[in-house]
Structure formats: C-alpha cells, structure tokens
Design a protein around this ligand. Structure first.
Ligand code: AMP
Length: 528
C-alpha cells in the first residue's frame, strides 16, 4: 500500500492531510490552498469544474452548481432536512424511485454520493500531484451523529472515485486525536464542532495514548449556512419593504446575496461593522436598477443568530449527562469548524464550560490531520497511541408486536460492538418473521427512524412463543451496522447490511466508479 490520506469532506470546504515522519501534514490543493470548496459545477459546454473554480460559477450558473451536498447525502427526499434545504438551494432536487434524494442536472439526475465523489476525486488528484504517485487509500471523516445511511453513502462516494476507505472516523474524534497526540496532554476534552452544515459535540478522555470517547451528540441541520441564511433573509426582507421586489424567485440575485452574506459574516468575526454592497441586484417594472447597500454590525448579527448558537447548548448538556460529567470537569475545550470563529460562539462555549477554548488549533485543518493520524494508527506508523475507542451516536433496535420497540444497542455504546437478543413468534405455526431495524429511543416503533426491513423465512411450525430467534446487531469500527436473525431450531439465518431500502446498490456504485475513474486518471487539473 502506498500513501494513505486523511480526508475531511466538509459541507462547505474539504481538507486533506498525510503523515510525514509521524506528524500530520496538510496537503495543499492544486492551487496551493489548504482547503477546497466542496462544490461541483457543470458549465453550459458540459465542462465539469470542482473546488474554487466551481464556486465562482455559483452566481452565474446557480442551477448547475452543486454545493452543501453533504446535507443531502444518505437522506430521503421527504426528510425534513432535505425539504428545508430545497427551499434554499438554487439547484433542483428530485425523489429517486427508492425514496432517496437526487440532484437534477438538465435532463439527467445525479445522486449525492456521485457529486461528493467528484470532490473526493479532485482531492485524490491533489494528493497524487503532491506525492507524484497514485493514491488509492484513505481515512475519511463524517460528523459524529451521521447515521448508517449517511456513513454508507459517504463510503460509496469514496469508492466511486477509486478510493479504498481504510476507516470512517468521526470528525470530532479525529480532532481530539490530533489535539491529544499533538499536545501530549491528558484529561477530559470537549470537542465543539460547528461547521458549514452540521453541529457535533463529543466528550473524550485522553490518558497516555488511550483515547476514549465517552459521549457524542449533535444536530445534522445546524451549521454556518443557517447563519448565512439569516443575513440573507434580513437583506431580502428589507429589499422587499423598500422596493416591493421579492428576490425569492431570482436564483441569480439570491446567490449573490448569499455570498455577500457569508462574506459579511466572516468579516464580523474580526471587525465590528461591515458594509454589504450589491449594485444592480434587481430592477423594477420601469427597468430602474435596484441596489442593496446596508451596514451590518456584529451586534445585529448576534441578535439575529443568537438562537442558533443557543440551540447547541442542550446538545452539550445531553452529551455531558451521557458521560456523567459536569461542565467544570472538562480540562480542554477544542473548537472545530469554521463557524466557531464567530466571537459569540466562543463566548457561549467559554461561559458554558467556565474556561476559554484551546488556542493554536486550526479549526479548518485539525479534522483532516486527525484522519491522517488514524491512517498511521491503522498501519502502525503511529505508535504512541495504544487505543482509540469511539461510540455509536444512536440507539438501534427492532420493531416488536403492536408498534412496540425493543432497543438492542444503546446510544454512546463503545464500538465495535455486538449484541444478541432472543425473540419469538406471536402466532401459532408462524413461518416467517419480519425484522424491522430502527434507529432511535422512542418507546413506540413509529417514533423511530426506519433503517431496514428483512424477513426470516422457513421457521419450523410451532406454537406461538416456542421458536427462538436470535437477533444479532453488530456495529463495526466505521460505525456501520449489520443485523442478522437466526432461528435456533433450524439454524436458518438472514443477514442484512443496513442499507437495502436506501442508498446506492453495490452494482450502481461499481458502475459509477467505472465511469468516473476512467476520466479521473487522465485529468489532473482543478478542471477534472
Ligand atoms: P467547515 O465546514 O468547517 O469548513 O466550516 C465552514 C463554515 O464556517 C462556513 O459556514 C463558513 O461561512 C464559516 N466560517 C468560516 N470562517 C468564518 C469566520 N471567520 N467567521 C464565521 N464563520 C466562518
């Protein structure tokens, strides 16, 4: 095996790293930059652009420029998150025959893993240019609270671009690993990760090379984009009041406003006031040009986004409660994700834990560095570390009689894990049982998220309650689940990777991989 790279596939930006002489090193992209926008754009002439070049297309070609795809990956079209995202995204979404979400590109559709694979393919090409040799293996990070479908879809994206995934690792765990190994400090740490599209909080313990994740919590629908949207709404409402022009239907104008909003938000992390200036944003029915020109202060921004920052607090409280710790027990607070540069976020976190976050942590790079370290743990190049113990973010269980729910694996169980529970039939001579795998903690089956359904067929006829069916749940180190059911009497067994009702089929992944790797090998520029 050649070089293994660590990849942080972010909602807005991605970053790659490798291990050099036992230390993580950020690999620059083909433009020499440490991070790459996670954006793919298709021009009118059919050219595919990735990264910075693609991002520049967002204003002129919004319907064919795909960003924030991580918010869609592994999701159902009708899920609340996708429906909410659809309102804001300038590109069109569609429902796949299996209920997944698809992205519309002219007369074609693309799956979110396919689009993410293009970003990953570009990052792979950057690493190949850096090493001057092919790169085939990677450790890839995902938000800690990504569920099975989202993890599998991310893995599929890597497979499509020709990368072999050595391990899927949680983003905050990767950050904790990079911080803990870099500083050689022991103690309890809280990793607060607020990126472009997701929020995660993870509580871990470092002790002489043993990294033990105690609890994790998060929100898939909370990130920097929500802050941008608040500024966008503020500008659009004011524009409507002043001009009677609703920018809602004008994708091009909205994209310009969104970019200006994000820029203003970033600036306000360092200055107290900034001017948003968007000339010729629209025109009225007399063809008079209309402009946006408004001053935004940090104070106003904080007033309009304070509730978003507040929304992270119950998540931290829950993670601490699960770890059976009070905030004052935390020795190190580590901030990850670009949105944590906002002073209000730092202030809230400082107030909550009663201590300032660690300095000298680059929130954009630390996750990729942790992924690179994980690659070194796997192949033995990192020796100081004895053990990394992560946890599963969700409870898993199965549906029982009359909408009942039997939890089999509890949230925050250390992975890998394996649990077996015995079930029986409810009717005389019942020949088959339906195993409905669910994620969640609701006491009724219908309160939880459906992950997969399969049947065990051919049970020997017997009175109700006599057959013994062992249901086994296994979660591997990537956080991926596999469920099997076995009839003890006959030895009959059915297994399921938790993906049949959703996600790409292995044959589809393979077909996409063939299509993509055929191209990627020959083109190395950002224009892949
Ligand atoms: P990540 O997913 O970690 O790359 O985080 C990207 C998010 O961080 C985006 O929403 C950015 O707008 C946001 N971000 C980056 N820099 C800053 C900054 N200086 N102040 C506030 N937010 C920022």
């Amino acid at each position: 095996m050649g070089h293994v790279i660590g990849i942080d596939l972010g909602t807005t930006y991605s970053c790659i790293a490798c291990l050099e002489a036992g230390r993580p090193l950020i690999i620059p992209n083909l433009e020499g930059l440490p991070t790459t926008p996670s954006v793919v754009s298709f021009t009118g002439s059919g050219e595919r652009l990735i990264g910075t070049l693609a991002m520049r297309q967002a204003v002129t070609n919004p319907a064919n420029t795909f960003y924030a795809v991580k918010r869609l990956i592994g999701q159902k079209f009708h899920s609340p998150g996708v429906q909410e995202a659809q309102k804001r995204l300038p590109y069109e979404l569609k429902e796949a025959p299996n209920g997944d979400v698809l992205v519309v590109l002219g007369s074609k559709t693309l799956s979110p893993p396919e689009i993410s694979s293009m970003v990953l393919g570009y990052l792979k090409a950057c690493a190949e240019s850096f090493f001057s040799e092919p790169v085939t293996d990677a450790v890839i990070t995902v938000p800690a609270h990504f569920n099975d479908h989202q993890r599998q879809a991310t893995k599929d994206a890597a497979t499509i671009c020709g990368l072999e995934v050595q391990r899927v690792i949680n983003e905050p765990t990767a950050a904790g690993l990079a911080y803990g190994l870099g500083t050689k400090k022991n103690g309890l740490a809280a990793v607060y990760d607020l990126g472009g599209g997701t929020f995660d909080i993870t509580i871990l313990e470092f002790s002489d090379g043993v990294f033990n994740v105690l609890a994790t919590n998060g929100d898939s629908y909370l990130g920097g984009e929500d802050f941008d949207n608040r500024i966008l709404e503020w500008l659009a409402e004011d524009f409507l009041a002043g001009t009677k022009i609703d920018l809602g239907g004008d994708k091009l104008a909205l994209q310009r406003v969104k970019e200006a909003a994000e820029k203003a938000k970033r600036e306000l992390s360092f200055i107290l006031e900034t001017e948003i200036n968007l000339p010729f944003i629209s025109s009225d029915n007399k063809a008079d040009s209309k402009h946006i020109r408004r001053v935004l202060s940090r104070k106003t921004l904080e007033a309009m986004t304070g509730d978003l920052v507040e929304r992270t607090v119950p998540r931290i409280e829950q993670a601490l409660a699960d770890a059976r710790l009070s905030p004052d027990r935390i020795d190190h607070v580590i901030l990850v994700g670009g949105q944590t540069r906002m002073p209000l976020v730092k202030q809230k976190v400082t107030e909550f834990f009663g201590k300032a976050p660690e300095e000298h942590v680059n929130p954009d790079e630390i996750v990729a560095m942790g992924a690179a370290i994980q690659s070194g743990i796997l192949d033995g190049r990192v020796r100081d570390l004895v053990l990394l113990l992560d946890v599963t973010p969700f409870a898993l269980g199965i549906e029982t009689e009359s909408d009942g729910y039997e939890m089999i694996i509890e949230r925050n169980t250390t992975i890998p894990t394996r649990k077996v529970k015995a079930f029986t039939t409810v009717e005389h001579n019942q020949r088959r049982v339906r195993i409905h795998v669910l994620q969640g903690e609701g006491f009724l089956a219908s309160m939880n998220k459906s992950l997969a359904v399969f049947e065990l067929v051919g049970i020997e006829p017997a009175p109700a309650g006599v057959p013994q069916i062992d249901v086994t749940f296994e979660i591997n180190a990537d956080g991926l689940a596999r469920v099997s059911a076995k009839d003890k009497e006959t030895g009959l067994e059915q297994k399921v990777e938790v993906r049949p009702s959703s996600g790409l089929l292995p044959t589809e992944v393979e077909e996409m991989r063939r299509r993509q790797t055929g191209r990627e090998v020959v083109k190395l520029g950002p224009n892949v």
